[in-house]
Write a protein that binds this ligand. Structure first.
Ligand code: NFS
Ligand code: SF4
Length: 649
């Protein structure tokens, strides 16, 4: 019997995506949703992690009859090696992004900014202080140059452990030391991990998994943290900004340009270039009302937070955006850009322009971003879009109307400021609200979408449950965009959807119940926030004691694996919507899902159902509250200094 066709409403959650996916079908355009069907019977060796193709005696697969590969590697070794290589991929992606930004900072500091400047002096000074760099009466460029070199040393250090680790609570640093997981230079960790997983090197699954945590820490506290710090220095520390989300941000009568990928350098210049009077005039001359610049994936998050530029969609909407027929140009750089994009674009007039020499796609136009003349580069890409406007085929255009308002830009500095005001900026009110039970705890919901499950559904169902039950939600990446599309990133959402305690706090402070903290490299901001909570006092002296969890509901990328690992290694329990490819090894599964709790104070938990995940999260938060002795709902109380001193002990 032929299988029931899957309904669009079962693939995607929001009306805009339903409409465009239906259009894809009538336009006969393939998307990841048609391809996921073609891939249906996933290889069980792959999904259990027991396929090894590390050497050419193989590939080998583990079965009951063949419990070892040709070299003798068993399921534990093979699963652990594959897992470590995933962490390597994720850590490398984040960190290389960070490195590019550091090299840019160095050029700026040397006076070769070519349009880039140090936009945020306080961010520069914050970073300099973190590295104990002398400030005195030195110029910004002098400080930035020393800082850039110190950042670069974090990549190249051969023997010293990462400086950024010292930004973690002291107790956590001690735990890392005892467990011998303090990473040395980021590049060294990545190379060493590749060495360890070469044929015939590291075979002890525990030793391999500990290296996975070490490498992940080099990402979360190293490469990603550095990427966020340098982005703030060069482009500004995010502060609350209003904007719009979903495919409806594309306009019928403007030239529509989408930026997609991760690195903010080009998109920052595009944000400037679209306002250039010459460019605006050229757009008008081409018969358009103007130019609409919008983003997809994490580039969207970067320019949303700093410029309020609208978000067209998250990961699984990249193809859908083209299928609206209204995109003149989609500009890609690195990471999460599907190789299918030029093929989808061929059905319309859209052009895909790749801009990074390390990320080319067959069928895309390669327009290398000239970093020595970034503004001119940005303008010339925009001109391609302007020229392409006349090729738009109106009969193929269907932009779904729906957009949702949002507020984004919640950096740690901003949260502090909003909680305490300019002169008393602090996390104290948040700690107090957690201690009093008005806020039950904090959940960081992060990560991607995955066509194996309905777009945004798990993320949004879980978010709804959590905020209704007084859990403050911090978001990054595509998970943040999912909430934006549902209208949950506005302070007004708190009034309608948050539980009483959380609503009270949100209303008093003027924040949404779901805080958009940025792109995926900005997950380091969540660690920073957790550290601030610890340092503020009253909720233990380590991150693992704070009632906080991490969740990656619809994750798909190696970056998400690395993120999960550095959260766990930082003491945060992490809920996954679907498991890692590790089930072929009971030992590795037990280590990651159970024993890590003993080692780090946090481990992985797999919950396929969002409501079960919510229950699990409440249990974890309540357990942390119990251990802190604050697990009772308390009346609101105004603390005097004596009370505070007692609480702070
Ligand atoms: Ni994160 Fe950002 Fe999205 Fe997943 Fe990809 S865009 S870095 S990896 S898919 S959240
Ligand atoms: Fe097979 Fe061992 Fe080679 Fe892997 S490393 S492919 S298990 S022989």
């Amino acid at each position: 019997m032929p299988k029931e066709p899957v309904r669009m409403e079962d693939r995607v959650s929001d009306d805009a995506s339903v409409q465009v996916l239906t259009k894809a079908l009538s336009d006969c355009v393939d998307t990841c949703y048609s391809r996921v069907d073609a891939q249906r019977a996933a290889c069980k060796f792959g999904s259990q992690g027991i396929c090894c193709r590390i050497c050419h005696m193989g590939p080998c697969r583990i079965t009951a009859k063949a419990p070892r590969g040709i070299c003798g590697a068993d399921a534990d070794t093979i699963v652990a090696r594959n897992f470590l290589r995933e962490v390597v991929g994720g850590a490398a992606a984040h960190s290389d992004h960070g490195r590019h930004l550091v090299l840019r900072l160095k050029k700026v500091a040397r006076g070769h900014g070519n349009g880039y400047t140090i936009k945020d002096r306080p961010a520069l000074l914050r970073a300099a202080r973190a590295y104990h760099i002398e400030i005195g009466d030195r110029s910004d460029n002098e400080i930035a140059l020393e800082l850039a070199d110190r950042f670069l040393a974090e990549f190249t250090a051969q023997e010293e452990t990462l400086q950024t680790l010292t930004l973690a609570p002291e107790k956590r640093q001690g735990m890392w030391k005892n467990l011998e997981v303090m990473p040395k230079g980021i590049d060294r960790m990545i190379v060493e991990s590749m060495h360890r997983t070469h044929m015939g090197v590291d075979h002890d699954y525990r030793n391999i998994i500990m290296q996975a945590f070490r490498t992940a820490l080099a990402d979360g506290w190293g490469g990603s943290r550095i990427a966020s710090m340098v982005s703030d220095i060069l482009f500004g520390t995010p502060a609350p900004v209003r904007s719009q989300s979903n495919l409806g941000v594309l306009q019928k009568d403007t030239i529509n340009i989408l930026v997609h990928g991760h690195e903010p350098e080009l998109s920052e210049m595009l944000a400037v270039a679209v306002q250039d009077p010459e460019i605006v005039a050229a757009a008008k001359k081409a018969g358009a009302k103007g130019i609409t610049l919008a983003g997809i994936c994490c580039t969207a998050n970067e320019i949303l937070m700093r410029h309020g530029i609208p978000v067209a969609g998250n990961f699984l909407q990249q193809e859908l955006a083209i299928i609206t027929g209204a995109v003149e140009v989609m500009i890609t750089d690195v990471q999460c850009c599907m190789p299918s994009l030029p093929e989808v674009a061929r059905a319309y007039h859209s052009k895909i322009i790749s801009t990074s020499d390390i990320a080319k796609t067959v069928g895309a136009i390669h327009h290398a971003f000239d970093e020595n003349d970034a503004l001119a580069s940005a303008k010339s890409i925009i001109r391609v879009a302007i020229d392409n406007y006349r090729n738009r085929d109106e009969s193929k255009v269907a932009i779904p109307g729906a957009t949702q308002p949002l507020v984004a830009g919640f950096s740690v500095e901003t949260i502090k400021y909003m909680l305490g005001g300019r002169f008393r900026a602090s996390f104290r009110p948040l700690n107090d609200a957690i201690m009093q039970g008005r806020i039950r705890g904090v959940a960081g919901i992060v990560g991607c979408n995955n066509p194996k499950t309905k777009l945004d559904d798990y993320i949004n169902t879980l978010t709804r449950e959590l905020i209704a039950n007084n859990v403050l939600v911090l978001k990054t990446g595509c998970a943040a965009i999912a909430s934006a599309k549902q209208g949950r990133l506005t302070p007004e959402a708190a009034l309608e959807q948050a539980g009483d305690g959380l609503r009270e706090v949100c209303e008093a402070v003027g924040i949404p119940p779901v805080l958009h903290m940025g792109s995926c490299v900005d997950n380091s901001r969540i660690l920073e926030a957790a550290t601030e909570i610890v340092c503020e006092g009253g909720l233990g002296d380590d991150i693992s004691q704070v009632p906080a969890v991490g969740v990656a509901p619809e994750w798909m990328s190696e970056k998400a694996v690395a993120i999960g690992c550095y959260f766990v290694a930082s003491g945060v329990d992490v809920i996954l919507g679907h498991p890692f490819h590790i089930r072929g090894s009971e030992n590795v599964t037990r280590l990651l899902n159970e024993e890590c709790g003993e080692l780090f104070g946090g481990s992985f938990h797999v919950c396929a159902d969002p409501l079960a995940a919510a229950e699990k999260i409440f249990a974890l938060l309540d357990q942390a509250r119990e251990q802190l002795g604050i697990n009772k709902k308390q009346e609101r109380k105004l603390y005097d200094m004596k009370d505070r001193r007692e609480l702070d002990v």
